[in-house]
Design a protein around this ligand. Structure first.
Ligand code: G3P
Ligand code: CA
Length: 266
């Protein structure tokens, strides 16, 4: 679609570093946030879940096996679910070595630590509430953490990327979060059927599908309903160019440096 609008430059595509700059540093760590900043990202996407003792931590999978050394540190556990470990236990884990020995000892960060590091770098945040069905009340808890950090709740400035967007594949959770934080933009991960977009537009702000699942007509339908769309996870320059040609508002990539270059060329 033509988004030139009434008298303003065409807004540039929002560049989002997926799980941090996760092609270059271990995903969902402070090192991946630092790497996103170093490679010129504007926004960072991370995944939030909850520990056994109720702390919010940044981790993608609902268990700790793939991205930490949990099986060697706790060889006798029956479950390696994030929800079955306290924060103190999770702090004993190495979330960097699986990716590269250079990151040995990199911890699983708390949401608070992620917020602080992002703010230091003046990076925007795309926060994914991962598997909220496992963590009843997590939306309220995220909101209360954000209210303790009101910098994140400031209204967006005109022609600037959102400082904070909250998204989830669980659309009920997104609606719950929207009701608690109505002025923060909220995104639905996945594909909303075209004939349902108008209904969701009553409270949602974005529809964020896989880039492989949508075409230019779908993007137009999202825009016609007054919403934006960010697509994931776009790692090839040709796919980045194709997404831009479809008219998307944001692109989520493991390679923020490559993405930044492609956007600058458009
Ligand atoms: O931000 C979108 C993307 O992160 C969703 O998929 O599995 O990487 O969390 P996943
Ligand atoms: Ca994610």
């Amino acid at each position: 679609g033509d988004r030139a609008g009434s008298g303003g430059a065409r807004p540039t595509v929002v560049d989002v570093a997926h799980r941090g700059a996760s092609a270059y540093a271990p995903e969902n760590t402070l090192a991946a946030i630092d790497e996103a900043e170093a490679r010129g990202a504007g926004t960072v996407e991370v995944d939030v879940q909850r520990t056994k003792d109720g702390e919010l931590v940044l981790v993608h999978d609902t268990d700790l096996v793939r991205t930490t050394d949990v099986e060697s540190v706790f060889p006798d556990r029956e479950s390696y679910a994030v929800a079955d470990f306290t924060l103190a236990e999770i702090r004993r884990l190495d979330a960097g070595s699986w990716f590269d020995a250079a990151y040995a000892g990199e911890p699983v960060p708390t949401l608070q630590e992620g917020l602080d590091r992002l703010r230091e770098h003046r990076l925007n945040l795309l926060l994914e509430v991962k598997s909220p069905e496992l963590y009843p009340g997590i939306e309220e808890q995220i909101a209360s953490t954000l209210k303790d950090n009101p910098w994140w709740l400031a209204p967006a400035r005109p022609h600037r990327a959102h400082r904070l967007v909250i998204q989830s594949f669980d659309w009920d959770s997104v609606e719950t979060s929207h009701r608690i934080l109505p002025r923060i933009p909220h995104g639905l991960l996945g594909v909303v059927p075209e004939d349902e977009i108008a209904d969701y537009a009553e409270w949602a702000d974005q529809i964020n599908p896989s880039h492989t699942r949508i075409d230019a007509d779908y993007v137009d339908a999202v825009h016609d309903a007054g919403l934006e769309t960010y697509v994931y996870t776009v790692n090839e320059p040709a796919d980045m160019r194709a997404a831009i040609a479809k008219g998307v508002d944001g692109i989520i990539s493991d390679y923020p440096d490559v993405l930044r270059k492609v956007i600058a060329e458009e």
